[in-house]
Write a protein that binds this ligand. Structure first.
Ligand code: AMP
Length: 429
């Protein structure tokens, strides 16, 4: 009996991007690239694999990203690595490693690539997803850069056509004013520990700030009475935050103070923010200031702020709201058909010759009838048909047919490129 072969499917939480969707991803990427260069961000690419310790040290040993969501592995050589759950630690590692601190500052970098998190898959939450990230390294801690990070991501989302964006914003203080706040917070939650969900009982021990963004009903209620970090900011952090809000108002960027927004990573200081859109539970972008990270990774003190946009969520909104993006037009207006073995062989080299001349040609090189090939040309939306048969091969000619009017003429192959260039001008390419 024949054995039934196992069929493979995509791994849980990962997803294929098929050609139709790929066009959307490409259109979004092209808007991002355009804005990045417009706002003076230089592209940077770092590897998907980094040392496990890099993330443990930057994102924080006790954070959910490191504890639960990291795809980590041991190489055959015994190195402990992690597939990046986020872009910032790799960028800061590269910044230090390549002496980018000597480049003129502010140094604005941007990246686009896959991130990997072992999360529970659900709508808008994948285990492999794209982020476009923007990082600004500066000489001084200036709220103007926080606002530039917010502005860049907000403008990109707006340019994509996403409406009703809101910036949720908070300040989580710095290493001077956060510890006394944490003491108060822990004291408050210890007094309510029996009422906490199981995860929050752990958070209370390991990462108390995260108690504030638990989504469980029982914890949401407790949050209402919890001490607020904003009330504990020292004058330096309070001034910084006030100026960020003033700049946002000047730029007419709508924001909402969200005192329980803490973000999942240890390295944030002062401003943290997320951008949400109406009708979407989860955020489209998130970021914040991270003034101690470079030092924590062995570099010198470097004020910095960054933001990452989640591309899959952007694509989901585009689809749900039928947003029309300017699609890159790469469609060929020429379709070549062939009949017979000699013509097929000739067509293959002819297509190459035309492509070398910069002329885009779509082709049918199978064994289909001319009628079937013409149908394909029609479905493809071509304006010009090229038909190659035995006779044309022999005479070194080709039939050039105007697919709209059906009028056709035989053209010597030598003159084909010139003829096509002339015709393409009249059909608008
Ligand atoms: P974060 O790096 O957690 O600040 O996330 C920044 C943005 O990346 C979010 O606002 C989302 O748009 C996106 N994002 C984060 N996690 C996921 C995920 N698991 N699947 C899809 N998108 C995500």
């Amino acid at each position: 009996m024949a054995k039934i072969k196992k069929q493979f499917t995509v791994i849980k939480g990962m997803h294929d991007i098929l050609p139709e969707d790929f066009k959307l991803f490409a259109a979004v990427k092209s808007i991002i690239d355009k804005f990045a260069s417009f706002y003076n961000f230089s592209p940077i690419e770092t590897p998907v694999l980094e040392s496990l310790e890099l993330f443990e040290r930057s994102s924080g040993q006790s954070t959910e990203v490191v504890q639960k969501q990291m795809f980590s592995l041991l190489t055959k050589g015994g190195d402990a690595l992690a597939v990046r759950p986020e872009g910032t630690p790799g960028i800061v590692r590269a910044y230090i490693e390549h002496g980018l601190s000597h480049a003129p500052h502010p140094l604005k970098l941007y990246y686009y690539g896959y991130m990997f998190r072992y999360e529970k898959p659900q709508a808008g939450r994948y285990r492999q997803f794209h982020q476009a990230g923007f990082e600004i390294f500066s000489n001084e801690i200036d709220p103007i850069y926080d606002v530039q990070a917010i502005l860049t991501s907000d403008r990109i989302l707006e340019a994509i056509g996403i409406k009703n964006l809101t910036v949720q914003i908070n300040s989580i203080g710095d290493k001077n004013c956060r510890p006394p706040y944490l003491e108060k917070l822990i004291k408050y939650y210890k007094s309510k520990s029996k009422l906490l969900c199981a995860d929050c009982k752990e958070r209370l021990k390991k990462n108390p700030l995260r108690l504030l963004d638990c989504k469980e009903d029982q914890c949401q209620e407790l949050k209402l009475e919890a001490p607020k970090l904003l009330d504990f900011l020292d004058s330096n952090c309070r001034n910084h935050f006030r100026r960020v809000l003033e700049y946002l108002e000047d730029l007419h960027i709508p924001y909402m103070l969200n005192t329980s927004l803490v973000r999942g990573l240890d390295y944030y200081t002062k401003t943290v923010f997320e951008i949400t859109a109406e009708g979407l539970d989860a955020s489209l972008a998130g970021g914040g200031r991270y003034d101690y990270l470079a030092e924590l990774l062995g570099g010198r003190k470097t004020p910095a702020v960054g933001v990452a946009i989640g591309i899959e969520r952007v694509i989901e909104i585009i689809k749900a709201h039928n947003i029309n993006l300017p699609m890159p037009k790469v469609k060929s207006k020429i379709f070549i058909s062939q009949i017979g073995e000699a013509a097929k062989k000739k067509a293959l080299s002819l297509i190459e010759d035309l492509r070398n001349e910069g002329i885009l040609v779509a082709e049918a090189l199978g064994k289909d009838s001319l009628r079937a090939q013409m149908k394909m040309a029609d479905r493809y939306g071509a304006d010009i048909g090229l038909i190659l048969g035995q006779r044309e091969v022999y005479e070194e000619t080709i039939i050039v047919r105007d697919l709209k009017s059906g009028v056709q003429e035989t053209v010597p192959l030598k003159r084909l490129a010139e003829e096509l260039k002339k015709r393409l001008k009249t059909v608008g390419r």
